[in-house]
Design a binder for this molecule. Structure first.
Ligand code: PSU
Ligand code: MN
Length: 303
């Protein structure tokens, strides 16, 4: 017997009518941003998806139930939970949270798995996980999930706390096409470019949708990345954030922070060291990516 998904009435109706749904993750609510900015951002992302004409589906595990399409109240409650009290769920964590009736926040990997189970093809987030600097075996489960689950992830590249060249190598090995919307280099999360070339540049969400549709016709069993640079007004200069990343990475190593705690630690510490500038960039790119994902979903339905 297969596990039941709790799909909200609105999302279920949208999926039945073949109206377009955009998946949104929940780890950025519980581990990526502080309260109450996390709740405000999650709700702003949902509003941005709607403004593009699509239906948002924020995904999480609630009391062991895999839930697709959280209500506003559920987002508010999840966002108010004390730090560390919600399990961060990548592929290996999902069965644990389900079996034990826990609350779990889905990462990019976890959200892709659930989106695919529900029949959702487009997912918006901030930055995917990747290969950590100085730790070439700390490879995010996001990269392997992109190699095995057919969902298009709209993001601003991989978080620049990571080793971006090594991250691109793993994505190449995994067979994941990287599409740049209005860019021919990989966006570097807080800043608009890493200078690293990617596979293809498109100018419109509709052109990105054509590639996603072609992957579908090829019966591709892997994901795709659609990368969108952070909006100009909130972008940080690469040099501005680099010193903070180097310091935060050294502190993580000195304090013995490892495993799933690394990414939340670095995001929080870089935000402190940049007096909140990195967090403003993070929020701006999240909302912008949700808007673009909505447009891609709409274009996909028109094909
Ligand atoms: N994007 C953000 N903030 C976040 C994340 C992405 O703007 O907090 C989360 C995603 O859920 C991603 C996770 O999957 O960070 C990566 O964690 P790790 O490196 O441990 O795989
Ligand atoms: Mn890791």
């Amino acid at each position: 017997m297969r596990v039941n998904l709790e799909i909200s009435t609105e999302v279920a109706a949208a999926l039945r009518e073949r109206r377009l749904v955009v998946a949104l993750e929940s780890t950025l609510i519980t581990h990526g941003l502080p309260h109450p900015a996390n709740v405000e951002t999650a709700l702003a992302m949902e509003a941005a998806v709607r403004a593009s004409g699509a239906v948002p589906a924020t995904i999480a595990v609630l009391g062991g139930k895999i839930t697709v399409g959280l209500t506003r109240g559920e987002i508010e409650r999840l966002g108010a939970r004390p730090a560390g009290s919600v399990r961060k769920c990548s592929r290996r964590d999902l069965p644990i949270a389900v079996a034990r009736g826990e609350d779990g926040a889905t990462t990019v990997a976890g959200t892709m798995i659930v989106a695919h189970m529900a029949g959702i093809r487009v997912f918006a987030t901030g930055g995917i996980g990747g290969v950590h600097r100085g730790a070439p075996f700390d490879v995010s489960a996001d990269l392997l999930e992109l190699g095995r689950t057919p969902v298009a992830v709209v993001c601003s590249g991989a978080k620049s706390i990571l080793d971006l060249p090594l991250t691109l190598e793993v994505l190449e090995t995994q067979g994941v096409p990287i599409i740049g919307l209005g860019t021919d280099t990989l966006p570097a999360f807080y800043s608009r470019t890493s200078g690293l070339p990617i596979d293809v540049r498109v100018e419109t969400p509709a052109e990105a949708a054509q590639i996603i549709a072609a992957a579908g016709r090829l019966q591709a069993q892997h994901g795709l990345l659609v990368t969108v640079p952070v909006p100009e007004a909130e972008a940080l200069a690469a040099g501005q954030v680099e010193a903070a990343i180097i310091q935060a990475t050294a502190e993580a190593a000195a304090q013995g922070v490892h495993g799933k705690r690394v990414t939340p630690f670095l995001l929080a510490r870089v935000a402190e060291l940049t007096s909140g500038d990195s967090r403003r960039a993070n929020v701006a790119l999240l909302v912008n990516n949700a808007r673009i994902a909505g447009l891609i979903a709409m274009a996909l339905s028109a094909l």
